[in-house]
Design a protein around this ligand. Structure first.
Ligand code: FMN
Length: 258
């Protein structure tokens, strides 16, 4: 078994790592950004694929990874984990459908509510205490799902027609109507040039290599995948993406404390 994930701000990484470790002690989990991810996938028959839900859908970066590397999923058994801030409808189904077409067998799906990573929209913010409670609940849910998988009765969240209808009418339709530019990934992060010190951290972290340093300032191309990693890690809080103000830089490790 191998965990494979994309994670902008750490939620999904944690969930996949926890899931595979409970399945098989010492089991590895790799990011789709890792250089040897394809070799690792090739060496394993069973995958636990995790990603955050964006606009009730699979993130563009994960969709691209699946499309570009379709052959490596043939004949794999795949359990899917979708993390989300609130609701997704068919979060797991959004990857299950293309994977099945590529010849993968979908074992099951798990939806996990985690801290919302969009830290520049005040309406989405919870207290650190509430975010911590979400993580604790998700961990219990993961443990239950692993037991179900081991018993041959894995959860099937997000898979099937009713979930799909919930995804379309619960959100994707409204996103298309009211957030078309964002859902089409036509947004560029905005930089507060007064705050940016040109440290280059955002450029080093960006999974899409969408940020370059020009005259000691971050500059953006058109490949933003909206993962919020640059936003969450900027030491100067100089970046915004969907909203206009930095309310909170949301990172999994901020809420995962003893
Ligand atoms: C662009 C964007 C769109 C999002 N859309 C949704 C959504 O439709 N439903 C939802 O419940 N959460 C949504 N979220 C929240 C994330 O799915 C959630 O915070 C996720 O756990 C982040 O995972 P990560 O830390 O692994 O990146 C969205 C986040 C981003 C950045």
């Amino acid at each position: 078994m191998l965990g494979v994930y994309f994670s902008g701000t750490g939620n999904t990484k944690h969930c996949v790592e926890t899931f595979v470790e409970l399945c098989e002690k010492g089991c590895a989990a790799v990011s789709i950004e890792d250089e040897d991810v394809l070799a690792q996938i090739a060496a394993n028959d069973t995958l636990v694929l995790g990603y955050p839900v964006y606009f009730s859908n699979i993130p563009k970066i994960v969709r691209g990874f699946i499309a570009e590397n379709g052959a490596c999923f043939k004949d794999k058994q795949v359990f899917i984990i979708a993390t989300m801030g609130l609701f997704s409808g068919d979060g797991c189904g959004c990857a299950a459908r293309p994977l099945e077409k590529l010849g993968a067998k979908i074992l099951g799906g798990l939806h996990l509510k985690m801290p919302d990573c969009i830290g520049d929209e005040k309406a989405l913010k919870r207290t650190p205490h509430d975010n911590r409670a979400l993580i604790i609940y998700a961990q219990k849910k993961i443990a239950g799902a692993v037991q179900q998988l081991k018993a041959g009765n894995p959860p099937k969240e997000g898979l099937g027609v009713l979930y799909r209808l919930a995804g379309i009418f619960g959100q994707r339709l409204w996103t298309l109507l009211y957030m078309r530019r964002a859902a089409a990934y036509k947004i560029k992060p905005r930089l507060d040039t007064q705050k940016c010190t040109g440290c280059g951290l955002c450029a080093r972290l960006c999974p899409m290599k969408n940020i370059i340093m020009e005259a000691n300032r971050a500059a953006f191309m058109n490949r933003c995948t909206l993962c919020y990693r640059c936003f969450a890690r900027c030491p100067q809080k100089a970046l915004t993406i969907l909203g206009k103000r930095v309310h909170e830089q949301c990172l999994f490790e901020k809420y995962h404390y003893e």
